[in-house]
Design a protein around this ligand. Structure first.
Ligand code: GDP
Ligand code: MG
Length: 177
C-alpha cells in the first residue's frame, strides 16, 4: 500500500422498494451475507447494510436500505428515500399484482427523491419457472419505456443478485465520479 495514495470515500445510498414479499430482504441477505431465508418474515429487515464494492479499481461503499415491512401498509416514509442515489425496484415474476404496482412505486420514488435516482427494475424469483406470470419480455418493455435498467434475479439460487446491485452502483459511480 502506498502511503501517498489518496483514499477517496464513495458512499452511495441505495434503497430497496417494491411490494411486500417480492424478496427485497432476501436479495440483500444474499448479496451482503450470502444467506437465504426460506420463510422470512418482515422482521428480518435491517435498517440498512453497508457493503464494500470495487468499481473501476476504486473502493465504493453502498449503503443499502431495506424496509422493515412498512410497504405492506403503504407507509414507506420520506426518510427512507432521503438522499438515495440508487434504487432496486423489485417485483415477483410469479405474482402479476407485484408487477402492476411498479408504476405506483416509480411515482413514490419520484415524489420523494430530489434527484434522478439510478433505478433498476428487478424481476425476482426467476427460479419459479412453472409459476411465472410475468414474461421477461414484459419486464424489459416496461424498463425500456421508463428508462430503467432491467435484470432477472433469484435470491434463492443466487442468479444475478450481485449483478443487480453492481449495475446500479457502477452507474452511480460513473455519473458522480
Ligand atoms: P420482502 O417482503 O420483499 O422483503 O420479501 P422477503 O425477502 O421477506 O421474501 C418473501 C418470501 O419470498 C420469503 O418466503 C422468501 O423466502 C421468498 N423468496 C425471496 N426471494 C426468493 C426467490 O428468489 N425465489 C423464491 N423461490 N423465493 C424467494
Ligand atoms: Mg423485507
Amino acid at each position: 500500500q502506498s502511503g501517498e495514495e489518496q483514499t477517496e470515500d464513495y458512499l452511495f445510498k441505495v434503497v430497496l422498494i417494491g411490494d411486500s414479499a417480492v424478496g427485497k430482504s432476501n436479495l440483500l441477505a444474499r448479496f451482503a451475507r450470502d444467506e437465504f431465508y426460506p420463510n422470512s418474515k418482515s422482521t428480518i429487515g435491517v435498517e440498512f447494510q453497508t457493503q464494500k464494492m470495487e468499481i473501476n479499481g476504486k473502493e465504493v461503499k453502498a449503503q443499502i436500505w431495506d424496509t422493515a415491512g412498512q410497504e405492506r401498509f403503504r407507509a414507506v416514509t420520506s426518510a427512507y428515500y432521503r438522499g438515495a442515489v440508487g434504487a432496486l425496484l423489485v417485483y415477483d415474476i410469479s405474482r402479476r399484482q407485484t408487477f402492476d404496482s411498479i408504476g405506483r412505486w416509480l411515482n413514490e420514488l419520484q415524489t420523494h427523491s430530489d434527484m434522478n435516482v439510478v433505478t433498476i427494475l428487478v424481476a425476482n424469483k426467476s427460479d419459479l419457472k412453472d409459476a411465472r406470470e410475468v414474461s421477461t419480455a414484459e419486464g424489459k418493455t416496461l424498463a425500456e419505456a421508463q428508462d430503467l435498467f432491467f435484470i432477472e434475479t433469484s435470491a434463492l439460487d443466487s442468479s444475478n443478485v450481485s449483478a443487480a446491485f453492481q449495475t446500479v452502483v457502477r452507474e452511480i459511480f460513473n455519473i458522480l465520479s
